[in-house]
Design a protein around this ligand. Structure first.
Ligand code: FAD
Ligand code: MLT
Ligand code: ZN
Length: 456
């Protein structure tokens, strides 16, 4: 009965129950979480989403919103019950409006991130959110997870780049907060409830996003360094020397460089000598690379950097970033790993990495560390090549999370909580925070039909 009603809401192009067509929606990107569903829906408009949610609410049936399904924590996959309906947003992929003078763009939730970047660039503007999955993840998923990526140091996370939002509540009501203002203190900022809530408080259907002037030519530099601590000191030095033009500042261990080299064709690391760590950075200093080169020279003299290569063309820059953006794929190809997406204050990164090494040596001697991350904003991917699920694996994860949170950090920096990290949320957020989260969830989704079993 409900299924027939849903089919008629979305029309023949908007649903499938064919096992082969549903399959990609029933497993996460890393292949760690498998679920099942009676039907996968692909609505084409906000009205259809609202009608679907309202029908599901009346029947008490759960909905799992899904964008590009690139979640790193099983957030977009239904559970094994076979009762949860998957709601793919991919057909809602229109760019509704682009206002060059207001530096804003209004897009539907199913727009692929890269398509928004391209539309902005064509208009001489920059949409600054950028991450390895940008060719397949969708803006709705980016906002639902408050995605970070490589440009946070200069432009902030997805949250900081959002001006307005449209969402469907758990009873099917449409909340239209699609304003495009930089200042607006009229009551609570409702869009913030949905950003980072991983589909548990509402379904995002559209957003108004902030654009920036296109900085034009970027300079990409790959810097070899002797220690992770040097990366943080190098960042301070560069910020003092060339100011705010650093857009991205990524740390990659020598082992991770080798991993990409082994698993991703045509991604040859450019240094002859192997270094323990590398930094890949982008600066928006246009044609004038003089001050950057001078600052790098000073860094080499002060032993903050071992060697540095400046990309000489857009193609060289793209090749370097291909290496960075291929890390997750190389890691997946290499086998199972414990993923630890932690954040610490930038000033504590060195201490985190040194103490992390000691913990690993003690708890999992010989286990391979896969360390890389967005060091410019304090977010490290401190992954360990180990089969998840064992007691030893749990001890490693516990120790890493305790270390990060003990240093004033977080166990979940940018990937979200999803299904993977639920138990840690109650452990590392204080009681009053958890109680307020539960109160919000109860108030906004009293029937618990929006992505149940995720986050909280
Ligand atoms: P999905 O995986 O489909 O969904 C993610 C969560 O959001 C789920 O809980 C889902 O239910 C919910 N959701 C999806 N759409 C909606 C909607 N419209 N309304 C409400 N809820 C919704 N993340 C980073 O932050 N930084 C990175 O640098 C980064 N790099 C990555 C690189 C690779 C190669 C991969 C595979 C992933 C990477 N990720 C990164 C993780 C992931 O891409 C991001 O979290 C991304 O933002 C998810 O977008 P998606 O459309 O794939 O969402
Ligand atoms: C990245 O920074 O590449 C992503 O967050 C993906 C990952 O952690 O594997
Ligand atoms: Zn990341």
């Amino acid at each position: 009965m409900l299924i027939e009603q849903l089919k008629s809401i979305v029309g023949p192009k908007g649903w499938t129950s064919d096992p082969a067509a549903m399959a990609p929606s029933l497993v996460d990107w890393r292949g760690a979480f498998h679920g099942s569903a009676p039907i996968v829906l692909s609505p084409a408009s906000t009205d259809e989403v609202a009608a679907v949610v309202s029908a599901c609410a009346a029947a008490g049936v759960a909905i799992v919103p899904q964008g590009g399904n690139t979640s790193m924590c099983g957030g977009a996959v239904p559970d094994e019950s076979g009762q949860q309906i998957v709601l793919r947003l991919g057909r809602m992929n229109r760019i509704r409006a682009l206002d060059t003078e207001n530096f804003s763009i209004e897009v539907e939730a199913g727009c692929i991130l890269e398509h928004i970047q391209i539309a902005a660039r064509k208009a001489g503007r920059l949409f600054a959110l950028s991450l390895g999955a940008e060719g397949s993840c969708q803006i709705g998923g980016n906002l639902a997870t408050n995605a970070g990526g490589i440009n946070v140091i200069r432009y902030g996370t997805a949250r900081a780049q959002t001006l307005g939002l449209e969402a469907v509540l758990a009873d099917g009501t449409v909340i239209n907060s699609l304003r495009s203002l930089r200042k607006d203190t009229a009551g609570y900022d409702l869009k913030q409830l949905f950003i980072g809530s991983e589909g548990t408080l509402g379904i995002i259907t559209a957003a108004t996003l902030k654009l920036f002037p296109d900085p034009g030519l970027k300079t990409t530099v790959l810097i070899a360094i002797e220690s992770s601590g040097a990366a943080v000191r190098l960042l301070s030095h560069l910020r003092r020397s060339i100011g705010d033009s650093i857009e991205a500042f990524e740390l990659i261990s020598g082992y991770v460089f080798g991993l990409v080299d082994r698993h991703i064709p045509a991604s040859v690391p450019p240094f002859a000598t192997e270094f323990p760590w590398y930094v890949l950075a982008n600066t928006a200093c246009g044609d004038d690379t003089g001050s950057l080169e001078q600052a790098l020279q000073q860094a080499v003299e002060a032993n903050l950097a071992g060697d540095a290569i400046l990309a000489k063309s857009a193609a060289e820059s793209a090749a370097l970033w291909r290496i960075r953006h291929s890390i997750a794929e190389a890691e997946r190809a290499a086998g199972k790993a414990l993923k630890h997406d932690v954040a610490v204050p930038v000033s504590r990164i060195e201490e985190f990495l040194q103490r992390g090494d000691r913990l690993l040596a003690e708890l999992a001697p010989g286990a391979q560390l896969i360390a890389f991350g967005h060091v410019g904003d304090g977010n490290l991917h401190y992954n360990v090549a180990m089969e998840p699920g064992s007691e030893q694996a749990a001890r490693v994860t516990e120790a890493i999370y305790a270390l990060a949170t003990g240093l004033g950090g977080s166990f979940s920096a940018e990937h979200g909580v999803g299904r993977l990290k639920r138990e840690y949320l109650v452990q590392y957020r204080n009681e009053s925070e958890i109680e307020l989260m539960r109160t919000l969830k109860r108030a906004m989704d009293p029937l618990n039909i929006l992505n149940p079993g995720k986050v909280i």
